[in-house]
Ligand binder design. Structure first.
Ligand code: ARG
Length: 457
């Protein structure tokens, strides 16, 4: 395969060891796209004749049809996707096929293929994140008044609404989509023309290939373009962040589904049982998503380490970038799709949520704020409310069940109207400001969110 310089064939083990076609055949259609753009540019510059271009084009379309139909015969002896396609093209198109590689190297070719692949995957993931955002906003809208305990340190802290909680998830997903779009902007440049590392002596038109492949323009430096994979590492970093968010939500769903919380039910279709314990209904899907986050994060660190020791320009180490990239994109896409279904399917148990909110002394801060409004310094109010909570715990009561006499014994500033701030609804609706949990504030947040869902920038 390497022509004149080599005196003996490649060792069988080395051949198997260096081959990447088993996995990089996933790039085939992008490779063909890039080759067509390159050949058209060569023909426009007079490097290929019109007849040669026609043969290359029709040969590549035939290969494309074979790949799409699953009949293309991949040969590991031809190492990678690029050599397999070029060899087949030469079988079909003869001399013209041999001319395709003029002014090009597999180094700028693979860098182009990977960018084209990733750009398409990013667009698909963008759409999945958009679906997820829509699902969260829809569910939040149904639950702007559904009270649940909000937690800090996983201890009940203050009442919030389920809608508010879901809109917190929405914000995370929205930032993930922003980061993804930012990553896309940076990667959308064409390495074609960088050739092996230094550019080429042929009269190429890099702007033309960039435009025909939908890139915003050519990359600025040939050494950089064939070697750095930061665009791909950036994607896996964005993917890791998104998986981190999904994993946190899944952790919450696992807790909420537990008998101890009982905040949500998942339809049987999203759960699995135990092979030994007949009573079990397990939250396996959220658990697996939580587990898959580890896998994507592992790819991120693998890719960073892969890159960190490489001098300019292209090094074969980079062949190892593909499986990590493919798997990260596949994993993220699957997890987004399954979580969106779960968000749409989960059934919150409003009574259980409310019961838990009532038990947790969640309106203690409201009582302190009430005292502050009546002139008690916040630190003193904190102390008084602490005593009220201690009384309630001692008698097995909630704050709204404590008698007015008890309250007045703690502070003469407390009147009958205290019971209004001790209710869950009072506590929630008092937080009526941008970003707060009051139903009106959450409804406003959802209205604003609806516009962001459809935004394309
Ligand atoms: N399979 C290689 C990769 O994935 C393609 C580029 C090979 N270039 C080379 N000079 N050996 O990076």
């Amino acid at each position: 395969m390497w022509g004149g310089r080599f005196a003996e064939p490649t060792d069988a083990l080395v051949e198997r060891f260096t081959a990447s076609v088993d996995f990089d055949q996933r790039l085939a259609l992008y490779d063909i796209q890039g080759s067509i753009a390159h050949a058209e540019m060569l023909a426009a510059g007079g490097v290929l004749s019109g007849g040669e271009l026609r043969k290359i084009r029709s040969g590549l379309s035939r290969i494309q049809r074979d790949v799409e139909a699953g009949r293309f015969r991949w040969d590991p002896a031809l190492e990678d996707v690029h050599m397999n396609i070029e060899a087949r093209l030469t079988e079909i198109a003869g001399e013209a096929g041999k001319k395709l590689h003029t002014g090009r190297s597999r180094n700028d070719q693979v860098a182009t293929d990977v960018r084209l692949f990733l750009r398409e995957r990013i667009d698909g993931i963008d759409a999945l994140l958009t679906d997820l955002m829509a699902a969260l906003a829809d569910r939040a809208e149904q639950h702007t008044e559904t009270v649940m305990p909000g937690f800090t340190h996983l201890q009940p802290a203050q009442p919030v609404t389920f809608g508010h909680h879901l809109m917190a998830w929405f914000e995370m997903a929205s930032r993930d989509r922003d980061r993804l779009r930012d990553c896309r902007r940076r990667l959308n440049l064409s390495p074609l023309g960088s050739a092996a590392l230094a550019g080429t002596t042929f009269p190429i038109d890099r702007a033309m290939t960039a435009t025909s492949l939908g890139f915003d323009g050519p990359t600025n430096n040939s050494l950089d373009a064939v070697s750095d994979r930061d665009f791909l590492i950036e994607f896996v970093s964005v993917a890791s962040m998104a998986m981190m968010h999904l994993s946190r939500w899944c952790e919450e769903m696992v807790l909420w589904m537990s008998q101890q919380f009982g905040f949500i039910h998942l339809p049987d279709a999203y759960c699995t049982g135990s092979s030994i314990m007949p009573q079990k209904k397990n939250p396996d899907v959220p658990e697996i998503v939580r587990g898959k986050a580890a896998r994507v994060m592992g790819h991120l660190s693998g890719l960073l380490v892969l890159m960190k020791g490489q001098p300019l320009a292209y090094n074969r180490d980079n062949q190892e970038d593909k499986e990590a990239l493919f798997d990260s994109a596949d994993t993220l896409a699957d997890c987004l799709a399954v979580i969106t279904e779960i968000v749409r399917a989960m059934e919150p148990d409003a009574e259980a949520m409310r019961g838990a909110a009532e038990e947790g002394f969640g309106t203690a801060t409201d009582l302190a704020d009430y005292l502050v409004v009546r002139g008690v310094p916040f630190r003193d109010a904190h102390e008084i409310v602490g005593q009220a909570v201690a009384h309630a715990i001692e008698r097995g009561l909630t704050l709204s069940q404590l008698a007015l006499d008890t309250y007045r014994g703690l502070s003469p500033q407390i009147d009958e109207d205290v019971y209004e701030v001790l209710t869950l609804e009072g506590s929630i609706s008092a937080r009526d400001h941008v970003g707060g949990t009051a139903p009106s504030a959450v409804r406003a947040a959802i209205r604003a969110a609806r516009e962001r869902i459809d935004a394309t920038e």
